[in-house]
Design a protein around this ligand. Structure first.
Ligand SMILES: [Zn+2]
Length: 357
């Protein structure tokens, strides 16, 4: 992997490479942008580039083959530490050693690096630092040793303590266009344009999410199960809505092991339902397209065109549009701590077709 492999973040990559080339790398970065758009990938590339044994003066990319590059890529380098939240928070013992816990990652800060020219601390999801941890990090950022670099990552600047923010150079990462993600999926995973189109449509602008959908078979199976439920909604009467809600909650449950997925929000039961809602939303978008533009209209779920066509005919176009609106509202409602059982039941009651008057 190199900077050139980071999908759709040309501006961020160019600015990072320029700072390496000019030997003007700040000691603290804050990479800001949505989940799974490439922040951690860029942090790893930056660490490799700074530690690479083969990079000539004025070079701006890592060789990817020296011992430092390969160890950093495998997250096995003694001078490069990644710190991820423990549950919902990043806590003080993860930074500084506290009794009853493994050694804190920052304990090495004041020792010269052992295998690389620098020491690099990558803090994933810096917005989860609790107050104690954030204050102690601030102290480290105030007077870092000359060989130390910090790369903090966060979805936005607003979750980061202003005093920490003021010590960091901010680099922005953006949502990536669906077409760009589809192109990368086709090129790197050999997916057909149709498959790549479906997965990129689900990625919400985050290439990391699209590649997980391609690489984790359980996620593919889950999507198929959710689409099956989506197709059943159009054939169900109000009385069947509770059963649909139960099936939806069952199918939404993440069956994959920790580490295969995104950060915390996506691992919770609520996160599971949100993902299921995204599948339903994509389905109703297809129905709307078919309903308004006819059977040959472009849709995401090409492989389900026939079933989608049948489902589209069970609704009036206005009702499909209403259902999309309902899903959007439901998603927001859910993110504000709604009870998932009750909420999914109400949702299904609203989505099933209404009998013509
Ligand atoms: Zn190297």
């Amino acid at each position: 992997m190199s900077f050139a492999d980071i999908i759709g973040q040309e501006a961020a990559s160019a600015s990072l490479r320029a700072s390496v080339k000019n030997e003007a790398v700040p000691q603290a970065y804050l990479f800001v942008g949505p989940e799974s758009v490439g922040k951690m990938r860029a942090a790893a590339e930056m660490a490799k580039t700074l530690c690479c044994l083969n990079r000539a003066l004025g070079g701006d990319d890592a060789c990817d083959t020296c011992v430092n590059c390969t160890r950093i890529e495998a997250d096995q380098h003694p001078d490069v530490r990644r710190i991820a939240p423990d549950g919902e928070q990043t806590k003080i013992w993860q930074l500084w050693t506290r009794s009853g816990h493994p050694p804190g990652a920052l304990e090495t800060l004041h020792f010269a690096p052992v295998a690389a020219p620098r020491r690099i601390f990558i803090i994933e999801r810096a917005e989860t630092l609790n107050e104690e941890a954030a204050n102690s990090l601030l102290k480290a950022l105030e007077e870092p040793p000359p060989y130390a670099h910090f790369i903090l990552c966060a979805p936005s600047q607003s979750g980061v303590l202003p005093t920490i923010l003021s010590r960091c150079q901010v680099v922005r990462f953006r949502q990536v266009a669906t077409g760009v993600i589809a192109g990368a999926l086709a090129a790197r995973r050999g997916l057909s344009p149709t498959e790549a189109g479906v997965l990129s449509a689900y990625a919400g602008g985050a290439p990391g999410r699209a590649f997980r959908l391609a690489d984790v078979p359980e996620l593919r199976e889950q999507r198929a199960a959710l689409l099956e439920i989506a197709a059943r909604i159009g054939e169900t009467e109000r009385i069947g809505a509770f059963r649909l809600a139960e099936d939806l909650r069952g199918a939404a449950k993440t069956k994959i092991k920790k580490g295969d997925e995104d950060g915390d929000s996506e691992r919770t039961a609520r996160g599971d339902i949100v993902r299921a809602v995204d599948v339903l939303t994509a389905w109703y978008r297809d129905l709307l397209s078919l309903s308004l533009r006819g059977n040959d209209a472009p849709i995401v779920h090409e492989e389900l065109r026939e079933a989608a066509g049948r489902a589209a005919h069970r609704y009036r176009p206005e009702q499909i549009a209403e259902n999309l609106e309902t899903l959007l509202k439901f998603r927001r409602h859910l993110l504000r701590n709604a009870n998932t059982q009750l909420a999914t039941e109400v949702l299904m009651l609203r989505l099933v077709p209404r009998k013509a008057a």
